[in-house]
Write a protein that binds this ligand. Structure first.
Ligand SMILES: *[C@@H]1O[C@H](CO)[C@@H](O)[C@H](O)[C@H]1NC(C)=O
Ligand SMILES: *[C@@H]1O[C@H](CO)[C@@H](O)[C@H](O)[C@H]1NC(C)=O
Ligand SMILES: *[C@@H]1O[C@H](CO)[C@@H](O)[C@H](O)[C@H]1NC(C)=O
Ligand SMILES: *[C@@H]1O[C@H](CO)[C@@H](O)[C@H](O)[C@H]1NC(C)=O
Ligand SMILES: [Mg+2]
Length: 794
């Protein structure tokens, strides 16, 4: 059986859990200590949320909602737990005489062990870290965060000195005679008691929480206050009916006493009539207390209303209560539709204002869990199984309420429903429309969207073949001219004849993963384009180049990698006149000795050395052949392909595809030419000069590799050459030794220290709290000084 993660009450096996059940009549109370984190958490909640105490109400109602939803879902497969007819509801009753307050639900209930685990420990992973983080934080904690972590129950101690929870699970084949149990705890105790309820089963199934209110919390006893608060904070926490017991003192007309209760509203479930004052005199006014259950959330759910009548704040509150996310959504779309398979529905698609770290780390492994499918307002599932949303959009949050499906569908029976298969398409279409509308109409909002979804939209465009064009229109890139441009805007900004060798029109790009935009702007590959006023897309995210390669063209424009050899502009600049060609031929003749010499020097690294037409300031650059691999692609390849024989092959392949371009206008290159000519003239007379020159050339070549984003083959050698050149320029002897004496380590100490951490929680270092620790352990590898992974020998 599958439960929704958010509903599943994780059952932990407690290390020292012993529960003794009392025999009838003799109440055997078992005392348990709170897990230390719970004690800390209760303290935090009580201290930091004191000024915002109202939230306890919302939290309790939200928990009741979860218990009711869970009962409904379990009942789909275990018919015995619920007959499908008896009402599922939340009831709240103030008991003035006792200064206390009861909130009950007729949901799934808990047995003794579940009471202990759910209320006495922090079962949800990450909560422990959450607690310590909050403790360190000066400003206290945001109330909504508590709810998001499923810790809402502890907020009852904000208003209560003592909290009693009575709970009983429904009858089931596994548990035909459930017992009703009591959990009881005072606000200032570090322990709680669990015992079986001496009254037996009074609830049927479900949970009843009694709060003995603090003396300063008597406001909550006032029913109108209570109803107002529920409307303010909790109207979206559940779609199950909430009833509040409302008592009013009425002064009936003397001769009309028998008609008491007649004017109670239609919702009346029961009416209690009691005498407030025993009548001593028939002439005195008789006061009568009339009580009734008032259904306080009888309005249809928000998504059933006309969007024109719903305020932004209502949409936000619904989002926060439904998805237990304390931040407001960025945008939403509320719509109705007809699925074509005969199912009409209403839906709200929300774009959250932040994305889980888990998604960002492993986007293609996350599953959508926030598409809430309802049938006639009743929650059915948020697990669409194989018809789940595409991975790139698994973060979207949706409420979709279908009219015409049978109410008793479960996810399993839904598999055969055509509607389930259509949800994905419906949601994605809406989501893209929403993004597009914002992109067209609201620049500020779209800037916010870009902050969160920039990479995700690229992922979508690369992954979602069907919607590729639409999503790619939403993608924004940085360029050498502006922070953010769409592909369409790039094309509008193209120069006349921006073509590659007069064939296809071109979009220029430079990709170098992980580099900053300013670094890319200063790249040797961009410098001439930039100087001439061309716009170049600067791609520095891993997905960028993948996306460009996937798209291949945009509205007929080819993507042109400016780091590849043979870049020409097609605007007449490139050697189109005889004069240009003559100039170039003259330069080539002049530089021939240098090119030949450099080619011999750089033969290990590049296939050829040529004069450059692309460089303006830089002395040289390494470019990939038109068909070759750019530095960025090499990085991607070597990252996915460590070690093995293929490495050498790839090295060889890479070398053959690289060309060293030198800039004839750079004084450095002119100087180098001069020296090379001298050396050749000198007939190799001076070995030492030659050695020095080769060193300079080697630095120049390696420098060009780095400048172009490639790795240097041997960075140690590269740096010791630089070191020697530095010494020369400083006039320091090249052979002068460095004092290498160091203080040796102390002698061997064979003793093993006795201190061993008491419990498993004392890691040497703790991962961020969004990481599942179990998973984390698997991924940590020990690394030696050279950066190689150390494997334990088996
Ligand atoms: C709430 O549900 C219970 C059990 O299903 C039912 O007995 C009770 O009458 C309901 N309360 C109200 C106020 O409708
Ligand atoms: C409130 O709950 C307590 C504990 O279950 C119970 O004893 C009491 O009768 C309830 N009061 C009302 C008015 O329902
Ligand atoms: C759902 O209920 C209808 C009638 O109420 C019944 O015919 C059908 O078999 C039920 N389906 C499931 C899956 O229980
Ligand atoms: C680009 O962004 C930076 C920082 O976000 C901003 O300071 C700068 O003004 C922006 N430049 C343009 C051209 O919009
Ligand atoms: Mg909760």
């Amino acid at each position: 059986m599958r439960f929704l993660p958010s509903l599943a009450l994780a059952i932990l096996a407690l290390p020292s859990f012993g529960f003794a059940q009392g025999s009838a009549g003799d109440i055997h109370k078992v005392k348990h200590d709170y897990q230390s984190d719970v004690a800390r958490l209760r303290k935090i909640v009580v201290n930091s949320l004191y000024s915002n105490r109202d939230i306890f109400l919302r939290e309790l109602i939200s928990n009741a909602n979860d218990a009711l939803e869970k009962l409904r879902i379990v009942a789909l497969t275990e018919k015995d737990v619920w007959d499908g007819a008896s009402p599922l509801n939340v009831t709240i009753k103030t008991i003035l005489s006792k200064n206390s307050w009861n909130v009950s639900d007729t949901g799934i209930g808990m047995n003794a062990e579940e009471l202990t685990v759910n209320l006495g420990t922090l079962a949800k992973s990450g909560t422990s870290d959450f607690v310590s983080k909050v403790e360190r934080q000066e400003g206290g904690v945001n109330g909504n965060l508590i709810g998001a972590f499923g810790l809402g129950f502890y907020s009852s101690f904000l208003v209560a000195d003592k909290v009693t929870v009575v709970s009983i699970p429904p009858k089931s084949p596994k548990n035909p005679n459930p017992t009703q149990n009591v959990f009881s705890s005072s606000a200032d105790e570090s322990s709680f008691e669990i015992y079986s309820d001496p009254r037996g089963n009074t609830l049927g199934h479900g949970t009843e929480i009694t709060l003995d209110l603090k003396s300063d919390a008597s406001d909550y006893l006032h029913t109108p206050n209570l109803i107002k608060l529920i409307h303010q904070h909790s109207s979206f926490s559940t779609s199950f009916p909430i009833y509040v017991w409302d008592e009013v003192e009425e002064v009936p007309l003397e001769d009309d006493a028998s008609e008491v209760g007649i004017d109670t509203p239609e919702d009346e479930e029961e009416a209690v009539v009691e005498d407030a004052n025993p009548t001593d005199s028939a002439l005195k006014t008789k006061k009568v207390v009339v009580g009734k259950w008032e259904h306080i959330n009888s309005q249809p759910p928000l998504w059933m209303r006309d969007p024109k009548t719903v305020s932004d704040e209502e949409y936000e509150l619904l989002y926060q209560a439904t998805f237990k996310d304390f931040r407001k959504p960025l945008a939403w779309s509320h719509f109705t539709g007809d699925s074509g398979s005969g199912v009409s529905f209403r839906a709200i698609v929300y774009i959250p204002s932040h994305i889980d770290e888990a998604f960002l780390t492993k986007p293609l492994e996350s599953n959508a869990k926030d598409v809430r499918l309802l049938v006639k307002h009743v929650f059915i599932t948020s697990d669409l199984g194989e018809y789940s949303l595409p991975k790139w959009a698994s973060w979207v949050r949706v409420i979709i309420d279908a009219e015409d499906l049978p109410l008793n569908v479960s996810r399993e029976t839904l598999q055969s429903s055509a509607f389930l298969k259509q949800i994905r398409g419906i949601v994605i279409r809406r989501l893209i429309q929403l993004f597009t509308k914002i992109a067209e109409e609201d620049d500020d909002k779209f800037a916010e969207i870009q902050k969160v979804y920039r990479t995700i939209l690229k992922l979508g465009a690369a992954e979602d073949e069907k919607n590729r064009q639409k999503i790619a229109s939403l993608v924004r890139f940085s360029t050498n001219q502006r922070n953010s441009t769409s592909l369409d805007d790039y094309i509008k900004n193209k120069k006349q004849g921006q073509k590659q060798a007069c064939t296809a029109s071109m979009i220029f790009y430079l990709a170098d993963m992980g580099k900053s935009i300013s670094h890319l702007t200063g790249s040797v590959f961009v410098e001439k384009l930039d100087a001439r006023g061309y716009e170049v897309l600067l791609l520095n995210e891993p997905l960028d180049e993948i996306l460009v390669q996937t798209l291949r063209t945009w509205k007929g424009f080819k993507f042109q990698d400016v780091a590849k050899a043979g870049l020409v502009f097609g605007d007449g600049e490139h050697l189109n006149t005889d004069e240009d060609r003559e100039v170039m031929a003259a330069l080539e003749k002049k530089y021939a000795p240098l090119l030949a010499w450099l080619k011999a020097e750089a033969g290990e690294v590049v296939r050829d050395v040529v004069l450059s037409d692309r460089l303006v300031i830089s002395p040289c650059a390494v470019v990939a052949d038109t068909t070759g691999l750019t530095a960025n692609v090499q990085k991607l390849m070597s990252a996915s392909n460590r070690g093995g024989e293929r490495d050498e092959l790839i090295q060889e392949m890479m070398k053959r595809q690289k060309v060293l371009e030198v800039n004839p206008r750079s004084p450095l290159i002119q100087g180098l030419l001069h020296r090379v000519e001298q050396i050749i003239d000198d007939d190799e007379g001076k070995d030492r000069d030659l050695e020095e020159l080769r060193e300079v050339a080697s630095i120049l070549i390696d420098g060009a590799l780095v400048r172009s984003g490639f790795d240097v083959a041997d960075s140690n050698q590269f740096l010791s050459r630089v070191d020697r050149v530095l010494r020369r320029s400083l006039g320091v002897s090249e052979t002068a030794p460095t004092d290498e004496t160091v203080k040796p380590a102390p002698p061997i100490d064979p003793e093993i220290p006795e201190m061993i951490p008491e419990d498993g929680e004392q890691h040497n270092f703790s991962p961020p709290d969004w990481i599942d620790e179990e998973q984390f352990k698997i991924e940590v590898e020990e690394i030696d000084e050279q950066g190689n992974v150390v494997h334990d020998e088996l």
